[in-house]
Design a protein. Sequence first.
Length: 457
Amino acid sequence: MRKSLFTILYFCLSITCFSQWTTHNLGVARSLAASTSNGSKIFIGGGAAYNRTQEQTVVDIYDVDSDTWSSAALSQGRFALAAASTSNKVIFAGGVSNMTQFATSNRIDIYDTVTDTWSTGSLSESRGAVIGTSDGNKALIIGGFKSFVTGTPSSAVDIYDEGADSWTTKNLTVARGYLAAATIGSKAYIAGGITGAGGSPLTALVEIYNYDTDTWTYDSLSVARGGLAVGAVGTKVIFAGGHDINNTAMDIVDIYDTSTDTWTTFSLTEARGELTAVTLGSKIYFAGGYSNYSSNTMSDRVDIYDDVSGTWSTAALSQARSELCSASAGNKLLISVGGSYGSTQQFNNVDIYTDTPTGIKGEGSLPQKIKLLNNYPNPFNPKTNIKFTIPVGNGNVRSLLQIFDALGNEIAILVDEQKSPGSYKYEFDGENISSGVYYYQLQSGTYSETKKMLLLK
């Protein structure tokens, strides 16, 4: 693991919160939709409706800031698709475009948040049950099944680079569908899945993609499984639930700490597969899923991991369901739509969870603008503090804070991870470098700012 020369002094917000669950009904009941967030908006696209007889084009859009809903349309109706976002793009890719014929799709729909326009493209190959993840600059569209008739999985990883506005393709070591992926810092963790026809065999392989170096490393879950969910918070990546080779729901939780390069295990309060996971602030919410595949029994359970306290708690959805999706923006998360009891019923309800600050100490209210502040002291010897703010609606984008010398050589990485909205202060220690001019640079989404500082010994 990469080590950087920094000490985290404090997160300068002390927040007392109350939380609440509310529900909202969408116009179309559906399952197997996909969701992602960009800025203050959450996008819920596609899905299967009317007992899976109609593939949906609708995209429901919730604006957290204005608490309003709007809609758009995909260019092709489909379900079991992937969704991911970069700084200025919202991407829906792949899916099943014809349930009767089990036809998979290579269609990509891309929404540009700056120009408010939609465009289309094509994946390297058609596939459904595909997943997406992103570091804010690059989006990965991963795996899936090329054919549900033959049970042929895909190894393709289509990568969209927003800076270059281009697509490239890599390949997983093991082709698979019904896998899970999440991003933390500069790495995407891709785990589990079904590698062949008939729901078998399963894999425990974790393939780790480094966005910066375009390289792969590998690890393993404690147990092979498909239909699992994964979320990332702080320095941890947590893989939860899934099903075994006999389609029995599982309660296993694998927790990987990127800061210590260690694995631990835990258990959900209820075994289930095809659940969803979403991060809000310092917590990951693992919701819904099949608790019993043979009887088509759904779960309303929400297991919640709090990274600050290291504890787990539970909540309940308004409707027991599987084949659901989730995303968060600002201080809200949405656990959306889903179904279905034996594929005969879909739901249109959205569970909305809100964290509302009631008292804030230190820096005042949550920042509304991203900003890199002047370091203090400056000049310094040998330590100085660097502050920056991450605004509401920008907390799902990777932030990178680096130190460079006068020749542009990287000296240290102080931050390389997704940050929740708030104000941050980091200490840079120049004890082991010589006097001179140095630069510190913050990159977060499309924002980039560089400032100068002087070390005098």
